[in-house]
Structures are given as C-alpha cells and as structure tokens.
Design a protein around this ligand. Structure first.
Ligand code: PEP
Ligand code: MG
Length: 913
C-alpha cells in the first residue's frame, strides 16, 4: 500500500477523519461507516458475546481508494496502531514465527452482497510461521492445511490467479494418494501441495507469494476494496438497486479455527425458521471444518440440533446467545459461528433474510411476545412481499422446459392451451378449456379474449402496454414483450429460439412474476391469502392458516395507521365488488371506453360516421340507456362510496376497424366491382381519423369538444343512473372526471355543458344530485397551470401514466420493450418510471400541482389513478405529498392499504391538510 499523500486528503480537516474502528468502538447503527458485518461484530462485542478481537476499516477509506486509486494517507498508521493493540491483546504478533497471530480480512458493505466480494483467511502464515502454528496447535496437518488454504485464497482473490489451477492441483494430490476427500490428505501431502501452490502463484502472477505478513494483510485489504467494483458485484448492485457509491468496509479479525479436530467445527444458525418464522433450532453444523467448507459442500453438514450431542456446553451457550440476540435485535437473526477446541466464537450476525410468508408471521409473533409494537410490525413487512403471497405460484419442485422470457407484467402462474386470437380464446374457454391468449400485442378488441383466458402472453409491448395494464386490472397473469418468441397469428403458432414450435392447442405455462414461459403444464399451487381477501377463508376460523391469520392482523394495523384512502380502478360491477371485498373505499377511475366495445362498437362506429345531427343523435340516443345501465350497476356495487367516472378518453380509431384489413376488404370488393357503401364510408373515416401519434391526438377532453353530444350523453347517463339509484333508496356518490385537460378553458366548456345536463336531470327527476366535477392532471401543462385549473375542478386525479409518458417523451406502449433494458443496464434509472414514480421529474410536477391546486381551492380533493397508485414506493411518495387517496387495480388494493399504513407509521406523515 502506498504511503504517498493523497491529494484529496491533505489539510487538517481531513486528518481528523478516523478510518479504523476497533470492534469495541462501533455499534449496529454504524452500518453506513462500518458495513453490516462490522457494525454487528461491534454490537456483539459490546453485548459481551464471544467475538474474536479485531477492527474494521471504514467504507470512507474504501471510497477514498476507489475515487483516487490510493488508500488515504493516514490509513497505514491507523491500521498499524490497531494491529499493535490487537497483538498486545492476543499476546502474539502477526505472523510471529514461533506462535503466529493469524487474521482474516473480510469484506462487508452496508447491504449484504452474498458471495459478491472477497475474503482471505489465515493471513500471517509463511514458510516460517507455519512451523510455529504446527507446534502451538500440536497438529502439523492442520498447519499445512491452513497454509495451503491461504495461498489458494490469496492467489485467487488478491493476485488474480485462476482458481481452477489450485483446485486441479488439489484433485491431483487426492488422486495420487487415491483418496476421496481432502481431510484424508496428510501433513506431508499438504506440505507438497503448498510447494505446488507457490509455483502456480509464481508462474501465473509473476511474483512470489509474499512472506511478509504485513504485506499480505495490506494487499488483502486493497483486494477487498477492489472487489467492490468487480463486474459481478456491479451487476448484483444494479439488480438489488444498491447504490454504487457506498463502498465496502474491511474487517480484520483474529482467526479462530474450526478445523482443529473433532472438538472443533463451524456452523450457521437462525433464531427462527426463515421459511415459516417458527422459533426453534434451525441451522447446520460441520465438525472439523472452516467456513468455506460449509459453502463448498465438501462434506455433509448435520442439523444444528445434533450439536447438543456433540458438544453440549457449546450448544447450550449458543442457544443462550441466540436468545440474547433476538431480544436485542428484536428480530430474526442469522449467525455464523465457529467452535475451536470446545470454545464457541461468534463470527457474524445480522437480521436475517426470510420468505414473504415468514415476514408476516414473524412480525405478528414479535408483537405477541411484546417485543415490537404495531407500527414497527408494519415496517417488518412490505407490499412486495404481500403481492408475492397473493399470486398462485408454480410448484418450485416441478420439472420445466423453458421456451423463453419476457417482461413480468402481471404476476401469477397460468397454464393453458395456446390460442392466437380472442375468438378462439372465448370459444374454447366456453367449452371448458383453459387457454393462454398469445398475441403479438393486444388492443381493446381483445378484451373478451383476455377475460376468457387464464393468462396473456405477448411478444411486443412493455409493462404499461395495453395487455399489461388490462391484465393487471383483472388480476390476470401476463407476460409481455417476449421478443425472442416469434408469434405468427396467421399460422397460429409461436416459434421459440432453437426452433421449438408451439401450435394452437399445445399446453404452455407462463409465470407473470418472473416473465418465464414454459412448454407444457407446470403444476400450480393456489394462494390462501387471496382466498382470505375474497372472503372464502376466514382468519380466526378453526382451520385458519397461520399465514392468513398474520396477514389479517397486519392489514388491520395498516388500516388503523394509514391516512391515505385506497380506491380501485374498476369499470364493472364484478370488479367493483371484488375491490370492495379487498378493502377499496370507492372507485378512483372508471374507464368508460371499456363500455363502448363488443356489441356497442357498431353504435360508436355509426356515431363517428354520422353525416347529420339527426344521425348522430340517433346513435347517442341508443347508447344512452346502455351507458345508464352500466352506471346503475356500478353505483349499486359501490353504494355509499365515491365512484369517479371518467368520460371517454382513447383515440377514436380504437373503435374502428384496422386500416389495413379494411383497405384490403375494400380493394377486393372493388376488384369484384362490388364495393360496399358502408365499407367505403368507413374506410374514409378511418383515413380521416388516422393519426401518427394517437396518444397525443384526438382523445380525452378534445373528443368531448369536437364530437357534439358525446360527453353530454355520458353525463346524462351518470346523472340519470344516480337519480335512479336514489329513487331505489341507494346512496350513489358519483364524480365526473374529464381526461387529458391541458388548460382550464377546455374544462370550463365541458363543465358548463355538464352542469346544464345535471340541472335538467335534477328537474326532470325531482332529485337533488350532488355530482362533483373534476379533472385528471396528466399533461405537463395541466400540472403547471394547476392553480388555474382548480378554479373549475372540484377534484384532481393525477394520471401518472400519461404524465410520465408526456414528461419523459416516452411512448408508454413502446419504450419498455424497445430500450428500457439498455437504460436499466446502464443505470440511467434503477426501475422503469412507468412502474415507480420518478420523484425528481414527474413527482415534482405532482408536488407543485398539489400546492397550486390547494392554494386556489383549499378543499380540493386529490388522488392518483395511474398505475403508480398501487406501487409501494410511489404510495409512500403520494402519502408524503399529501394526496387524499390512491387508486389502483383491485388486486393491488391490499398492497396499497399496507403501504399507506407503512408510510403513515414510518414518517410523521404529511400535514398539508
Ligand atoms: C393515466 O394516464 O395515468 C391514467 C390513469 O389514464 P390511462 O391509463 O387510462 O390513460
Ligand atoms: Mg391517461
């Protein structure tokens, strides 16, 4: 390590920085500085637990090294001082020839990155001290085995020698001796192996294995710093969304040995079962071994309970320590320990990873034990874990044949026969078949097919493509954008890489949680948690599942804590009823476009084609009673709760036939000299309405302004439906929402017409209707002029799908499949902004619109109905900026309730109101 002064670190201010902490100096809250391992070793030391003495080099030192290429100037002296203290305490010097102090040098970042960075054990051994170790331990074999392990680990991790060369030499030594396992190699064999290993180092690294113990230590420290930036570590961080600038700490710890004979060993333990949360004795133990032997699986471990028989004293002490740790950390801990000749040593502890189910169980168990309160219990679980528990899963033990992989768009596990068009999906499902609808992409026409299918697979489109959004809304499994699968809807088949062809009727299985697509039927297990939310399984019942019980209690904690209300995006009575069962407090978005499809499409077509007012009015008059019936059903299902109905939003061409198909039909008819009058008119209209960028074209409020009578027909249907429900002694609470408004003038015009229609219905029915009129805020201009828009709006609902699309200039139907993977890989963002709200950009517009809107109208009701309304991180943001509610698809409601509760109990919350 260089002693040069680092240019960044001259001057008094920096000289005060402390780069090395003894284990007695740190504590568990210093993870940023000491890494998770270092902080917890310090905590255990201070609890009086048997931790081998040592010290931690901070992440700050690592950061200086990574930034400048040199360790901080002060580091060497600080390490020397701490090493001195350690040597005095242990009564021996690092690498001392007759009785060497040996140390391990281990990485340890703030967040656990298992196996991603480096560790070197047995530092301090050399040609001289190996003999001293043999004498002290009274075991020559052990000393030579420790030395060969050092050269092997040091060679591989510090000197970059190919690890296989050492493994091959070890295998050759075993073969020469005709033995199976390395414990059968004797001292003389290992001594020879040391010579071979040293030769490998010399040849491959071009230098001798360093004999100076301090040089070994310094080089190992530097290698650990470097291991922060290996490709695999970088990849891991990207996947786990761990920031790249944290750096790792380095722990230098005096060695204890588990490989000193049958009264020694090493093991791992959990204070509770990480799969179920049950308290008990969970872990594995390996006699006469060092830590890496457990990982390498060289010999079989025994269950931890066996330790009671092998070494009762150590076992009892370990049980005691586990209890101390649980009561101290108030959580499941995992532990690594070593027993050296009957003495127990703790090498690591941390709050342990657990399955989603165990997280819920453990949180409630700890509440019952009086160890944590309800607010803390909410911090112990996440919405993502709840979502995981809600989807049926493929049986993990099943044999599978993977065809390819797409974007995990809507979780779940679905199996069915491949069909390539909606018509077949409906036909087959009516005759009792389960089907997977496979399309290149879906459009509103596919809705019935999607409803009929078990799951949806597309080869194009991202997480906010039509298929993904609709599937999530229905709680239906969906994998989209599986570009490696070639979908040929004409020939009704799909070709996977390698040439496997799936024909119509072949069984396929899709996993919407991983995006994987399989050939054949993979067995599925249902979710008891959904059965519970659906009301088909009851917490408290005799046979209630313990997990269901735990989920039920945590949901109650969340509901008690949360400030945000949770509504559903739903547009039919069935979804509304499910949403209610799942805990929705209203509908935040009813997309009326779904009501204009199927049989009614023809009426819409006639409306679009109408040449005269009379024709237009006739189609509107036919649509009116149908719309009204939709709303009556919806208001009845949501009786007593608000229902926000959005007037028609999508571009009109979505209701018209496909331009190419229609052109071909007309051309063929013309060639037969038999043109069909209606087709010709239709084709003209389709041409007229064709847009290059339909999402930026004639849609939303613009439709209402250019197609006379369309919006007023919808408003009349809402008002009459509300009056009818009132007459039936119901409690309808409709709200009318105008989409895609960019300026207050648009809203004012629509509002005036709507007010007039409502007044007419009130007069005609003699019912007073309190119908709030508000708008979506989903264009940057709307957000920027929110203060003006609030003059004409009683509520805002942020349409964060369109707002993200327009703020970033990202087409929501295309970009995720086309280049988001590259953006994610390059770290431009850690997650798609269509999934988690981009707080700096889109979020800042939301924040300022909230402020401006409330300045104009203090009682302005504020919500969000974009997909972000059901995303955990985004829910916290909406809580923080002071929205009144989030609205999401029915299946996300429990997740939103939970996260709203977590947000309210993790912060002081927002007191904007
Ligand atoms: C939105 O844009 O966020 C929204 C909810 O509307 P849609 O997805 O229907 O465009
Ligand atoms: Mg929108």
């Amino acid at each position: 390590m260089s002693e040069n002064k680092d240019p960044h670190l001259t001057g008094n201010a920096v000289e005060d920085v402390k780069f090395v902490y003894d284990f007695t100096e740190g504590n568990k809250d210093l993870k940023d500085l000491l890494g998770g391992k270092g902080a917890n070793l310090a905590e255990m030391t201070n609890l009086g637990l048997p931790v081998p003495p040592g010290f931690t080099i901070t992440t700050e030192a690592c950061k200086v090294y990574l930034d400048s290429g040199e360790a901080p100037a002060a580091l060497r002296d600080e390490v020397s001082a701490h090493l001195d203290a350690l040597e005095r305490r242990m009564g021996k010097k690092l690498g001392q020839a007759d009785d060497p102090l040996l140390v391990s040098v281990r990485s340890g970042a703030k967040f656990s990155m298992p196996g991603m960075m480096d560790t070197v054990l047995n530092i301090g051994l050399s040609d001289a001290s190996v003999k001293g170790l043999a004498k002290q331990a009274g075991d020559e074999r052990f000393a030579w085995d420790s030395y060969r392990r050092l050269i092997q680990m040091f060679g591989k991790t510090v000197l970059d020698v190919d690890g296989d060369l050492f493994e091959d030499a070890l295998e050759a030594a075993k073969a020469a001796k005709k033995v199976e396992v390395d414990t059968e190699l004797e001292a003389a064999d290992l001594k020879k192996l040391v010579t071979t290993f040293k030769k490998i180092v010399k040849k491959e690294a071009g230098r001798d294995f360093p004999q100076d113990p301090r040089a070994q230590m310094d080089l190992a420290i530097r290698a650990v710093f470097d291991s922060w930036n290996t490709e695999r570590a970088k990849l891991y961080r990207r996947q786990e969304r761990i920031p790249h600038d944290l750096g790792t700490a380095v722990n230098v710890c005096s060695m204890v040995f588990g490989n000193l004979g049958p009264d020694s060993g090493t093991g791992v333990a959990f204070t509770r079962d990480p799969a179920s949360g049950q308290q008990g004795v969970y872990g594995d133990y390996l006699q006469n071994a060092q830590g890496e032997d457990v990982v390498a699986g060289i010999r079989n471990t025994v269950p931890l309970a066996e330790l009671e028989r092998i070494d009762k004293k150590s076992y009892d002490q370990l049980m005691q320590i586990m209890e101390t740790l649980e009561n101290h950390y108030l959580d499941l801990c995992d532990i690594e320990f070593t027993i050296e000749r009957g003495t127990l040593w703790m090498l690591q502890t941390r709050v342990g990873k657990r399955t989603a189910g165990a997280a819920f169980r453990i949180a409630t168990q700890l509440v019952d034990q009086g160890l944590i309160d309800e607010a803390e219990a909410l911090q112990r679980v996440t919405g993502a874990q709840l979502a995981q528990l809600m989807f049926p899963r493929f049986d993990e033990d099943a044999k599978v044949r993977q065809l390819g992989r797409g974007i995990a768009a809507s979780p779940g596990a679905a199996v069915g026969k491949a069909v390539f068009d909606s018509y077949t999906a409906i036909k087959w499902s009516r005759s009792g078949e389960k089907v997977i609808l496979i399309r290149r992409e879906t459009n509103p026409d596919d809705l019935d097919g999607m409803i009929a299918a078990e799951g949806i697979l597309t080869s194009r489109g991202g997480k906010t493509s039509h298929a993904a959004v609709v599937a999530r809304g229905m709680g239906k499994t969906c994998v989209c954008g599986a570009e490696e699968l070639e979908v040929d809807t004409k020939r009704r088949c799909l070709t996977a890489p390698g040439g496997v062809v799936v024909e119509e009727g072949d069984l396929v299985s899709i996993d919407g949680s991983s995006g994987k697509v399989y050939l054949g039927e993979v067995p599925v297990v249902p979710s008891p948690v959904v059965e519970y939310f659906e009301g088909r399984m009851h917490a408290g019942a005799d046979d209630a599942d313990e997990l269901v019980e735990a989920v039920h209690r945590i949901m109650a904690f969340a509901d008690r804590k949360r400030r945000l209300r949770v509504r559903a995006n739903a547009d039919n009575a069935e979804d509304a009823l499910r949403a209610r069962r799942f805990g929705a407090q209203g509908i935040g978005l009813c997309r009326t476009e779904h009501m204009f499809l199927g049989d009614r499409r023809e009426l819409v077509e006639r409306l679009i084609l109408a040449d005269s007012q009379a024709e237009r009015e006739e189609s509107l008059a036919q649509l009116l009673p149908l719309q009204k019936r939709d709303f009556v059903e919806l208001f009845e299902a949501m009786d007593g709760l608000p229902v926000t109905v959005r007037l028609l939003d999508p571009p009109l061409h979505e209701f018209l036939p496909d331009i190419t198909e229609l052109s071909v039909r007309v051309a063929l008819a013309e060639s037969r000299k038999d043109p069909h009058e209606n087709d010709l008119r239709l084709l003209q209209a389709v041409h007229r309405l064709h847009e290059q960028n339909p999402m930026l074209g004639l849609r939303g409020v613009r439709l209402g302004l250019v197609i006379p009578g369309l919006f007023t027909m919808q408003v009349r249907a809402i008002a009459e439906a509300a009056a009818e429900r009132r007459a039936a002694k119901g409690d309808p609470r409709a709200e009318i929402m105008i989409p895609l408004v960019g300026t207050v003038q648009e809203l004012e015009i629509v509002r005036e017409e709507a007010d007039q229609v409502i007044a007419e219905v009130q007069a005609a029915t003699g019912t007073e209707l309190r119908l709030a009129i508000g708008t979506m805020i989903e264009l940057p201009r709307a957000a920027l002029t929110a203060g003006q828009i609030a003059e004409a709006a009683e509520f805002f609902s942020f349409g964060t799908n369109d707002l993200t699309q327009t703020v970033w200039g990202f087409s929501r139907d295309d970009v995720e499949a086309s280049f988001f993977t590259a953006y994610l890989e390059k770290g431009i963002f850690g997650v798609s902004p269509f999934e988690t709200i981009d707080q700096d950009g889109v979020g800042s517009l939301v924040r300022s619109a909230v402020k401006a809107g409330r300045e104009t109208r203090p009682d302005l009701k504020l919500g969000v109905c974009g997909e972000h309304g059901g995303d955990p991180e985004s829910v916290h943001f909406f809580h923080e900026v002071g929205l009144d509610y989030v609205s999401c698809s029915p299946f996300r409601i429990p997740v939103a309730r939970l996260e709203a509760g977590r947000a309210a109990s993790s912060s002081r919350g927002s007191d904007h109101r």
